[in-house]
Design a protein around this ligand. Structure first.
Ligand code: BG6
Length: 488
């Protein structure tokens, strides 16, 4: 068998995208609760109001509001994350479905805004703590190992409005305290922790949306603060329970040079360093890599890392490296007309690859290459958190959903992953995005579905929220039962 007996086959969900119940049981609003829906050609925005009454809007996950601004909700507007796919009220049924598929792992994120809705000073929200305890117990009931992601872009919104979000160093202590509550309350229920989801994405968005050097300076400081916070939580998790395994995650950035011009390769290497390795090198190795300064200099950014931060980064190295992988892109120094559109993932068109309806280029071979590249670089166990296909599904009159495109995508990716494992990559597990339908992070759409479980919820706010098994549900069940041998 290619995969080890205890291989973590499973899936992913995330609090802000699946739970709904945005203002129930003491939870405070997060940025996601203010984001409107968009589509494949546009980015999500949130409205805000300045103290003088003027209004404006900011883009998705920028986490940057003008000073003094407060998010606002507009009447008559559909906010997709408010109800999402209502996991908050369906979690027992949902986890039972994952149990039926034979899941061995579920990567779920804990909403900080349920645990400490108004910050440490205002105290813990016990109802939030109990909700996740129940969710974790429910997972255990079916033999599902929880992989707990502590931060997935859903800090309480007041931190952004009043504190300046992650640019404020005080947030490090708030996050560590939030993590301490989770690590102690759920000790024994969870032993695999992921400190940050796709830690490199907010800076990528910052570069897309904000153009000034001051914005970039702030973007880099924010990510530095998160790296320090992550390292502190790695240390804390090991103290609280020596059985804890802690990782941190980067969004896959895997591209090809569009031509064999050596300058195209060089550009690719520089972009991979600036967009991915700069951060994974820090959380895996415990220090900024040698090329970091040249990146900061090029961006006009000054980073003075204190001795205390250096010590924390060195002491808080992760136990495994997590990454997501959806697609690949092409990089060139030449003029190219052919592009594929994607709300956040637009790229030069690769003539050898097909793209999803949302313009994400499907590349299983690139997945194998990513696994080799990361394991070769770090020699640390890898965990694939998030790989999947967003597509429109049709619920038939008899309650079936035929999604051969999803089965095909997954089959090819799992086959590529199997080859990498056979060739020596140490892989702990594979959690597929998103095992249950939920709200797309990038476009806010419900029609962009990823799950094995269909949820009858739609972009106009209608739906019964009933759950249905897609064809891919039965297919993945077989994959898990055969430990990845039967990809049928
Ligand atoms: C990942 C995010 O990068 O991409 C998820 O961690 C997200 O939250 C997923 O949902 C797919 O992106 P989208 O925009 O299709 O939801």
């Amino acid at each position: 068998m290619a995969f080890p007996k205890n291989f973590l086959w499973g899936g992913d969900i995330s609090a802000a995208q699946i739970e709904g119940a945005w203002d129930e049981d003491g939870k405070s609003p997060t940025e996601a609760d203010y984001l409107l829906g968009a589509d494949k050609n546009s980015m999500r925005v949130a409205y805000y109001r300045m103290p003088d009454g003027t209004e404006g809007k900011v883009s998705v996950m920028s986490g940057m509001l003008p000073k003094g601004a407060k998010y606002i909700l507009k009447d008559g507007v559909f906010y997709p994350n408010h109800k999402a796919t209502d996991f908050y009220h369906h979690y027992k049924e949902d986890i039972a479905l994952l149990g039926e598929m034979g899941f061995r792992a579920l990567n779920l994120s804990i909403s900080w805004a349920r645990i400490y809705p108004y910050g440490v000073e205002k105290g813990v929200n016990q109802k939030g703590v109990e909700f996740y305890r129940d969710v974790l117990k429910e997972c255990r009931k079916y033999g599902i190992e929880p992989v707990v992601t502590l931060y997935k872009y859903d800090m309480p919104a007041f931190y952004i409005e009043d504190w300046g979000g992650w640019s404020n160093r005080k947030l490090i202590d708030e996050y560590v305290e939030f993590a301490r509550v989770c690590l102690t309350e759920y000790k024994g229920l969870a032993t695999i922790w992921n400190t940050f989801n796709e830690i490199n994405v907010p800076l990528m968005l910052c570069k897309m949306v904000h153009k000034t050097t001051a914005d970039l300076q702030r973007g880099y400081e924010e990510i530095h603060n998160q790296l320090v916070a992550s390292a502190k939580v790695v240390q804390l998790a090991h103290q609280i329970d020596p059985d804890n395994k802690v990782g941190c995650m980067c969004a896959g950035f895997f591209a090809y040079p569009y031509t064999c011009d050596p300058n195209d390769f060089l550009k690719l290497q520089q972009e991979a360093q600036a967009g991915f390795y700069l951060f994974s090198d820090v959380f895996v190795r415990g220090y900024y890599p040698s090329y970091a300064k040249s990146i900061f200099d090029k961006e006009g950014v000054v980073m003075n890392v204190s001795e205390e931060d250096k010590a924390d980064l060195a002491a808080g190295k992760v136990d495994y490296m997590a990454f997501s992988y959806y697609n690949s892109s092409c990089i060139t120094t030449h003029e190219v007309d052919a592009t594929v559109k994607g709300n956040m993932m637009g790229s030069i068109k690769n003539p050898y690859l097909d793209a999803s309806e949302w313009g994400w280029q499907i590349d299983p071979v690139g997945f194998k290459r990513a696994l080799h590249e990361l394991y070769g670089r770090y020699q640390l166990p890898l965990l694939v958190i998030e790989n999947g296909l967003g597509a429109q599904d049709t619920l038939e009159a008899d309650g079936t959903i035929h999604d051969p495109y999803r089965v095909d995508y997954m089959k090819r990716h799992i086959a590529a992953m199997k080859e990498a494992v056979e060739e020596g990559v140490d892989l702990m597990g594979y959690t597929m995005w998103s095992c249950i339908d939920l709200v797309s992070a990038g476009s806010g759409e419900l029609r962009k579905r990823y799950g094995f479980v269909y949820v009858d919820a739609h972009d106009d706010g209608t739906g019964t929220f009933k759950r249905y098994r897609k064809d891919s549900f039965w297919w993945y069940k077989k994959v898990i039962e055969s430990n990845g041998e039967d990809l049928g």
